[in-house]
Design a protein around this ligand. Structure first.
Ligand SMILES: [Cu+2]
Length: 160
């Protein structure tokens, strides 16, 4: 079985070049099925996730999130899945860190973003078009007929 990152395998993905001290966001998105559980390992530099410093990020199908890397080691390193048959099946790439003659950033992405969220009750009609029920002979009309009250989460404002 073959496994890839962005459709590339065995280190053939171009463009993973960065400068030492840059703030890099790695966007991780898992696809596939229950066999596609990944432990994404970054060699050479650490990542920040949930206020922790680590070198591995767990990735499950249909889950996405981003991690931040501020590389402080120059060289060529691996980003690779630690699941054995994924690694041997090609799920690894190389990224390159160069000095680029830049001064290291002391701030990076390490700041707190505050979101304010409110719950607002709204009428929510789960099934405005009911033709599908008759086609499938579903007898749950009473349950779905009336719009239901549900909480709608709304992002009110953000500050940084
Ligand atoms: Cu994997």
């Amino acid at each position: 079985m073959m496994h890839s990152i962005n459709g590339y395998m065995y280190g053939n993905q171009p463009g993973l070049d960065m400068c030492k001290g840059d703030s890099i966001r790695w966007h991780l998105l898992g696809l596939g099925s229950e066999v596609d559980m990944h432990g994404i390992h970054f060699t050479g530099n650490t990542i920040r996730l949930h206020d922790t410093t680590r070198d591995v990020a767990s990735l499950f199908p249909h889950i996405s999130y981003s991690v931040i890397m501020t590389p402080d080691n120059e060289g060529v390193f691996n980003v690779e899945c630690m699941t054995t048959d994924h690694y041997t099946g090609g799920m690894r790439q190389r990224y390159r860190v160069q000095s680029c003659g830049k001064q290291e950033s002391s701030k990076g992405f390490f700041y707190t973003q505050t979101y304010y969220i409110a719950a607002e009750e709204v009428e929510w009609d789960y099934s405005p078009n009911r033709t599908w029920e008759h086609e499938r002979h579903v007898h749950s009309e009473e349950r779905l007929r009336d719009p239901q009250s549900r909480a709608l989460l709304t992002r009110l404002a953000e500050s940084g």
